[in-house]
Design a binder for this molecule. Structure first.
Ligand code: BG6
Length: 489
């Protein structure tokens, strides 16, 4: 008949991402009845495992977090029955052809759509794309491939990767994931801006003094040093996650909510940006630190990291958009590992009220009086607005307070994981939250020159203790542009 089926193959099924994110997200979608009626999930990796081994492995990371309904374990059983495993090499057309034969059996003559999720290291990426697209792409339905960063490590290698990908796939078949785009509060950014009259007209240099994009983690690169050392925090977080948020934040109003309309605007704003300058970057690297009898290792204490590594685990940067809307407004980014807290947020600092009647009632600290809109991406998703009010009483003293939308208090349903939304979109062919190749080029163009300069000049990072607030250099950077970090970082 003309019924269709979706086969989802997770290539690199025994890896961390697959276990922690991909399988649990697929289960959550199944649980929510979001997967098509006919679907099959295949794990593909090199290890010799059986279907039962895979099911056992996957079952350990599935959770019944959604609504904690009672039939969860039943649902798990059902889901696991639809998961299979095929062992194979990533560069073997033959092994992928075997997978193809197995998929065909499950598909039973229906229109066969196939989604491949490549969760494998960059050096084997192209081989796997080649083999999957030659030997296991669908003959009669769509074939889509989800790819994860790193998409190269600079403009040249990224362009080369895109070129190789396009030997086997069309741009339409490539779904480049940036999982930050799947986060609830990042998706809400456009809603907040474009559907609220109290914000939309304020979104420009006229009212906004600076925009800050802050990412911090309270753990180091433990266990991932081998990958991380070749990339560093600028490539790991800034060039993708933070820049994507910036593009969504700063783009002009898209013609519609269609994927191409939105991505056109994102590319436009990225191309209006000035490539990052060396004097606008501060880099840092964490060193070991003992606290409360515990010794927290430094970055270079990781066995897989060279002792003389200069790779930044922290960076702060000031970026500028040279267009009419944002001329002169510093977009400050800060990203770091092994800091004192785990947090991702966007802080919008508004200008001072001109001729403010109440300046003197704030004492000397005028910055205290600026309105600030904070979008807390995680944890504890929230949007709050810092406003000024009078301290109640007979005097006239001013204070700042928060108008607060705290998601957990407002909504009882848990927020879905980013991978749930992104996987569902890929199955449905919705490209809005995936990165188009011209977007990727524009993103690399902003960071490639400075990355080269940092590496060629062997710029020494500022060392900061594990668990601290990071290098003081980030404060000098903000001060150059006459602003302060809103998080007191
Ligand atoms: C990944 C980075 O893209 O994002 C990691 O490679 C980082 O270094 C992770 O830890 C953070 O994602 P999340 O969703 O946990 O904030």
């Amino acid at each position: 008949g003309n019924e269709s089926t979706v086969s989802i193959t997770v290539v690199g099924a025994s890896g961390d991402l697959a276990k922690k994110k991909i399988f649990p997200a697929l289960f959550a979608l199944y649980y929510e009845d979001c997967l098509p009626k006919h679907f099959t999930i295949y794990g593909y990796a090199r290890s010799k495992m059986t279907d039962a081994d895979l099911r056992n492995m996957v079952s350990k990371t599935l959770t019944c977090r959604i609504d904690k309904r009672e039939n969860c374990s039943e649902k798990m059983e059902e889901f696991l029955k639809r998961c299979f495993y095929h062992p194979g090499q990533y560069d073997s057309e033959e092994n992928f052809a075997e997978l193809d034969r197995k998929l065909k059996e499950h598909e039973g003559g229906r229109t066969a759509n196939r989604l491949f999720y490549l969760s494998i290291p960059p050096n084997i990426f192209i081989d796997a794309v080649k083999c999957a697209s030659i030997s296991a792409s669908s003959g009669n339905g769509w074939t889509r491939v989800i790819v994860e960063k790193p998409f190269g490590r600079d403009s040249e290698s990224s362009a080369a990767l895109t070129k190789s990908l396009k030997q086997y796939l069309t741009e339409d078949q490539i779904f480049r994931i940036d999982h930050y785009l799947g986060k609830e509060l990042v998706e809400n950014l456009s809603v907040l801006r474009f559907s609220n009259l109290i914000f939309e007209p304020l979104w420009s240099r006229q009212y906004i003094r600076s925009v800050q994009l802050i990412f911090s983690e309270d753990f180091g690169t433990e266990g991932r040093g081998g990958y991380f050392d070749n990339y560093g925090i600028i490539r790991d977080i800034m060039q993708n996650h933070l820049l994507q948020i910036l593009a969504l934040f700063a783009m002009e109003t898209p013609v519609s909510l269609d994927a191409e309309d939105i991505r056109n605007e994102k590319v436009k704003v990225l191309r209006s940006m000035r490539p990052l300058q060396l004097e606008d970057v501060v880099i840092g690297q964490y060193k070991s630190h003992s606290k409360g009898g515990v010794n927290y290792p430094g970055y270079i204490d990781d066995k897989t990291v060279p002792k003389d590594s200069l790779t930044p685990t922290f960076a702060a940067a000031a970026l500028f958009i040279d267009n009419a809307r944002w001329d002169g407004v510093p977009f400050l980014m800060k990203a770091g590992k092994a800091l004192h807290t785990k947090r991702a947020e966007i802080r919008v600092q508004f200008r001072h009220v001109p001729g403010n009647l109440y300046n003197r009632n704030f004492g000397t600290d005028l910055d205290q009086a600026t309105n600030e809109l904070v979008i807390r991406v995680q944890p504890g998703e929230a949007i709050y607005l810092k406003i000024n009010n009078k301290v109640p009483g007979l005097g006239m003293r001013l204070d700042s307070s928060h108008l607060n939308l705290h998601y957990a208090a407002r909504y009882s349903k848990e927020i879905p994981d980013a991978y749930e939304r992104l996987l569902l979109d890929a199955i449905e062919g919705e490209r809005r939250l995936f990165i188009r190749s011209d977007e990727l080029d524009a993103a690399w163009a902003l960071f490639t020159p400075v990355l080269k300069e940092l590496e060629e000049k062997k710029i020494i990072p500022e060392y900061y203790p594990y668990g601290s607030r990071g290098p003081v250099g980030s404060h000098y950077l903000a001060a150059r542009y006459n602003v302060r970090w809103g998080d007191n970082g």
